[in-house]
Ligand binder design. Structure first.
Ligand code: SF4
Length: 359
């Protein structure tokens, strides 16, 4: 096993703890982009000391960031708040092997070594997961940077406008947890383990461990192919055979999800503690139920207010159909005839389709 720490990113630690071969996908992610936009506005507001312009955030995103801003003010209780704090970890030889930025650090006015507790704040725009290893890494870096004896970790989930219970982290505990993953990543004999993060992994299409799982299904379905990632890369026909498997794997996984959702979420069946699953409540998205009344109640000029409104073609066709007694096709023609060039199409996209009747 390698004794040289590998360069890893704190945000990848939760995934690497499950599979040491995980590699973050390089594909652009709309969810990550929106999260980045929220982080930038939150950082700007904290630096400015007040809620200000919200850039290109939509009203829901703005409300989430506003909640986080006020929550950070509350927990900082007048102490100094530093934002986008760049921090590093170095090994015994002074070689840097980890770096990252904490969204915010609440720094007490007096840092008195072992007695001082600083607070690390991490804003999450997505789902609630187990992020403790990432936070342990930030905690270690913060202890080095601020020469503090312990760190209080604060995770804020904008989507739920909810903070996780804070937890105190000591150096030995954090060190052991982070180094366990760093050592596993540096192990030349490391093996991939299919896990919760395969869906976000750059290696997923070529991963033999994941392919073995797929192969079990394929063999059960009549042995369409023998899984070989290299063969898939050079043989388009073999790739299409593998693609065919996704039809029934997707159908199966959606059916299982629906079944589990019905049992645990709708019927409230008890979930055993050690499975790691739980039922999370997500706040419904906010919307305006009466646009005319909202426009009249708003202090904005009507034409400015209208910039926040959108009309879908399908809904407009439905309203035309009901109001004018038209079939869907007639209503669509009427909308196009009356609104003409005001109706626009989104950017076209392509996808892999299957000819009807072809097995
Ligand atoms: S796809 Fe393979 S390498 Fe990636 S996380 Fe899953 S098991 Fe690990």
């Amino acid at each position: 096993m390698s004794t040289v720490p590998q360069r890893v990113s704190p945000s990848q630690l939760p995934a690497l703890a499950q599979c040491p071969c995980y590699q973050a996908s390089r594909k652009p992610s709309p969810a990550a982009d929106r999260g980045g936009a929220q982080h930038r506005i939150l950082s700007k507001w904290i630096k400015g000391g007040c809620v200000g312009a919200s850039g290109d955030l939509n009203p829901q995103e703005t409300a989430q960031v506003r909640w986080a801003y006020h929550w950070i003010r509350q927990i900082s209780d007048g102490q100094k708040v530093e934002v986008d704090v760049r921090m590093t970890l170095k090994d015994a030889r002074g070689v840097q092997y980890m770096s990252g930025s904490a969204d915010a650090v609440v720094v007490p006015y007096l840092i008195d070594d072992d007695e001082s507790v600083i607070q690390i704040v991490d804003y999450k725009s997505g789902e609630m997961y187990d992020y403790h290893r990432q936070m342990f890494a930030y905690a270690l870096m913060a202890m080095d940077k601020y020469r503090a004896g312990a760190v209080l970790v604060r995770e804020a989930y904008g989507r739920y406008e909810k903070a996780a219970p804070p937890y105190r982290v000591a150096r030995e505990q954090a060190q052991e947890s982070v180094m366990e993953v760093v050592r596993a990543v540096g192990d030349p004999k490391r093996e991939p383990h299919p896990c919760d993060y395969c869906g976000w992994c750059e290696n997923a299409g070529r991963c033999v461990a994941l392919g073995v799982e797929a192969e079990k299904i394929v063999i059960a379905q009549g042995g369409l192919f023998s899984y070989d990632p290299q063969e898939l890369a050079r043989n388009p026909e073999e790739l299409l055979r593998a693609y065919k498997v996704t039809d029934y794997v997707t159908a199966w996984s959606e059916a299982i999800k629906e079944w589990a959702n019905e049992l645990f979420v709708k019927q409230g069946t008890h979930i055993p503690e050690d499975t790691g699953y739980y039922v999370q409540e997500r706040k419904g998205s906010r919307g305006v139920k009466d646009v005319t009344a909202a426009r009249a109640a708003s202090f904005l000029e009507p034409d400015i207010f209208d910039r926040a409104c959108s009309v879908t073609f399908g809904k407009l066709v439905e309203v035309y159909g009901v109001e004018c007694g038209l079939t869907e096709k007639e209503a669509a023609s009427a909308v196009l005839a009356e609104l003409g060039g005001l109706v626009v199409r989104g950017v076209p996209s392509k996808y892999l389709a299957k000819k009807r009747g072809k097995s």
